[in-house]
Design a binder for this molecule. Structure first.
Ligand code: KIV
Length: 282
């Protein structure tokens, strides 16, 4: 992919029923790898608070953290459709805060869109962002920023909740959302939303009937910090490899097997003699 993926292409992928591929990412060099692998889009999730910073929720992510990390990902992945995740309290406080903070993702971090966690109470906010020409993705279903208020993770298993969810999704599209992200929504409901919406619907644990899929990088790669819920397929196990390598390093240093002659720099013989002579008098 030599040109940046744009919104028109994502819509075209949906029209062609060509699945949209998305992963989360939190650093420039992994972003470059993902771009090389042909990923369409990267989401710099506020999940960074958990998988990078070691908090037990996404709430401690701040705007400054998100902007710095998102800008790094853009440097590594100049051609991906880059989504910035608006952290807790960056859009709930006021319309002005929401527009200003969303704008920072576009102007300072080079994003193509921002994502907000919403339900029906946020229709006006999505409309306000859209009116400010900010491409906004509405994240519905399970919403980690309000996890403490939620008894069940999977959404839409009950008919009434499923119908409300479909209504909320249609309202978000109507308000101007350029895409939807459905997290942990019953697959039947998510498929129905995808069928009824013109905008791309990205699934995070919401089944194969959506227009695209996103998963947290650490869960896919088996990196330390990942948690791999049931809906995740883990493609490799990096954490055990890192543990083994760290154990070997510790043992090698302790036993003076590292560094060996191949892993250090030397003076030439002539300089060694001169050096030793020079320090004799010290
Ligand atoms: O923050 C994040 O990584 C997300 C995904 C789980 C969708 O919002």
């Amino acid at each position: 992919m030599s040109q940046r993926v744009n919104l028109a292409q994502l819509l075209e992928f949906k029209r062609q029923q060509r699945p949209i591929t998305v992963l989360t990412c939190y650093d420039a060099h992994t972003a470059a790898l993902l771009q090389q692998a042909g990923i369409d889009s990267i989401l710099v999730g506020d999940s960074l608070a958990q998988v990078i910073l070691g908090y037990d929720s996404t709430l401690p992510a701040t705007m400054d953290m998100m902007i710095a990390i998102t800008a790094a990902v853009r440097r590594g992945g100049p051609n991906v459709f880059l989504i910035g995740d608006m952290p807790f309290l960056s859009y709930q406080t006021s319309k002005a805060d929401a527009i200003r903070n969303a704008g920072r993702f576009l102007t300072e971090a080079g994003c193509d869109a921002v994502k907000v966690e919403v339900d029906h109470r946020y229709v006006d906010l999505v409309a306000d962002l859209a009116k400010a020409n900010i491409p906004v993705i509405a994240h519905l279903g399970y919403r980690p920023q309000s996890a403490y208020q939620t008894a069940t993770i999977v959404k839409g298993r009950q008919v009434e909740q499923a119908v409300d969810l479909v209504k909320d999704c249609l309202a978000m599209q109507q308000a101007g959302a350029v895409a939807l992200l459905l997290e942990c929504v019953a697959a039947e409901v998510a498929a129905e939303v995808s069928k009824r919406c013109e905008v791309p619907v990205i699934s995070c644990g919401s089944g194969p009937g959506c227009d695209g899929q996103v998963i947290v990088l650490h869960d896919v790669m088996g990196l330390p910090g990942g948690s791999a819920p049931r809906f995740v397929k883990t493609y490799c196990q990096v954490a055990p490899m890192m543990l083994k390598a760290a154990q070997e390093y510790v043992a090698d240093v302790a036993a003076r097997r590292f560094p060996d002659n191949d892993h250090c720099y030397h003076m030439n013989a002539e300089n060694i003699d001169a050096f030793r002579a020079a320090i004799k008098a010290l």
